[in-house]
Design a protein. Sequence first.
Lengths: 337, 352
Amino acid sequence: MWRVRPAKLDDLQQILDIAGTQGARLSSTLPKTEHRLAERISHAQASLAAPAPKTPRRILLVLENTETGQIAGTAGIDSRAGNGEPFYNYRRDHLIHASHELGTSRRVEVLYPSHGLTDHTLLCAFSLRPELRETTAFELLSRARMLFIASHRDWFSSRMVVEIQGVQNEDGSVPFWDSLGRHFFNMDFETADQYSGQLSKTFIAELMPPNPIYVTLLSDAAQAAIGQPHRQTQANYELLQQEGFLPGNYLDIFDGGPVLEARTDGLRTLITSHPKTLHGSHDEHGETCLVAAGEGEHFRCLLTPMAETLTDDVKVPVSAWKGLEKSAGDRVRISPL
Amino acid sequence: MLLIRPLQENDLDALYAMAQNAGKGLTTLPADTELLQRKIDRARDSFSQRCAPEAGLYLFALEDTETGRAVGISGIEARVGLEEVFYNYRLSLTVNASRELGVHVRTPTLHLSNDMTDTTEICSLLLADNYKGGGNGLLLSRCRFMFLDEFRKHFSDKVFAEMRGVSDANGQSPLWDALGSKFFDMEFSQADRLSGLGNKSFIAELMPKYPIYLPMLPDSARAVIGRVHDNTLPALKMLEAEGFNFNGMVDIFDGGPVVEAFIHNIRSIRESVNRHAMVVSKPVDLDVPPEQRVMISNRSFRDFRVTTIPVDCIEPDTIRLPRDVADALRVESGDPVRLAPLKDQLRIPHRR
């Protein structure tokens, strides 16, 4: 059975292995060195225990096979994008250059460096073994984050964002980076990505030019990549849109990928999920649902067939109780697939 | 004899013909009768001091005294950017550095600037093709320094010149194609013409106002920033010899450089000397090569005149002037005159 739970230091090596299958990416990812990743996991564990609700927390969840202990994916939530530092994006905007004298006007597209999304809650660090991309485990991992937010609502902001990976060519080159960021670093995307893993995204972003960029001066390939998701992220992109996320005016400053935005309380999982009391059922029939239970380090989420009763109860096969580490009478939160 | 004098009403036809032959690239003198007439009027008002000193446009004609026809023109704009906004790009540097990343990248950057506002510009130099050579271009250009120095209070301490930038035989400018054309729905020649006609507000309205990072422009465009058109190379050399230097400003359309100098540092001015005229009846052989000639001005504001005379005419205290030269300069014996080198160093006989 696949289940989602908070990451532990024991998961370190397996997480590193998954990161190796995901390709270069500068934004919203996990560190790729053992030392930094260990720090990140420790930080995530500490985040679960922090007492004050407004502390910037960096939650890290993993997708675990309960039979084998294999870790097959990660998903993160930063309660405050930037984690206390400025969070960088480009805001795509327009200026009208109009000449009264010549009677002409022209729409000029400009990318403004922006910290406007700083302190929004950020979904990040999503990775999944390629063979699981087409399975329900994908939806479990992605939406477990929304259930986590629903269960710990006061930890998170009223607005949510998620950065979607932008266009990258087969050879690893990133057209948006090559036309813009590269000039200021003198390094290719992959090298910059390595540094980003060692340091931080903000560290790299602070070296980007502070002035707005005229889109018309970018290469054609870079212009075409603006706001476009990477092919591989298509499923994720669609799932997030079903969840209520929409592309807005923000872009990733490195690869030009879209940034999706949503109101936290308007997310589908938050609206449709309900707390219920756990009861047993002995057959494995019923509608498959997401069910989550526990708080902080005890948070667990999995997929299970389920039958609802007319009262506040929910009937879940006993086999799933173990995964949830709960038993009859405990409170759980359910959401339909 | 070739004589510098203020541009006059009857120079319009000659001026129009010259402007027409010059073709594209000469922003300040388009072949447009109405506009040229306005320039003549402004020059007249400037010399007769009927306009504020800072509004002055001093245009000088090079006249062939045998025909009475203007064969060249040059000018001084007392102050730029007072009525309209004067634009340049300032070529500056953005450095990106991080010790942790081992990054130290220099990015040349263009900033839109009005830094030349309220500065004196030398401009509008044009010489008929069949008069090129023989030091005529030097006379036409350098006479302005004599005027600037003589009447310094009308001008800024610093003087600059915008040099024509690179464009190909079809009038296409690589910088315009890579930058300006993305913001202006027009050809370089049209933009250049509009700018010459004095319609400058369209520049402010349409030009990108944020800095332009040069690595984002194609090589062809970057290569011409701060470079002059081949035809302008001699003019640049001449100004450099006078002590002018590239000041980091470039033309917003074609990327041509701005060169500048402080008036008191200009070589012609540093080497100029004052004397008194002595009109002589003995004929003087005026037909000597440019190396053996010096410029002489009558030091008049309203009727500023300059021509060249052989170095041999310089005496320790006076200048020997044949009658026709004195008449052309409108000076008499005893009147003050000023000398400045035309080509080489001024050779002045020692006082005995």
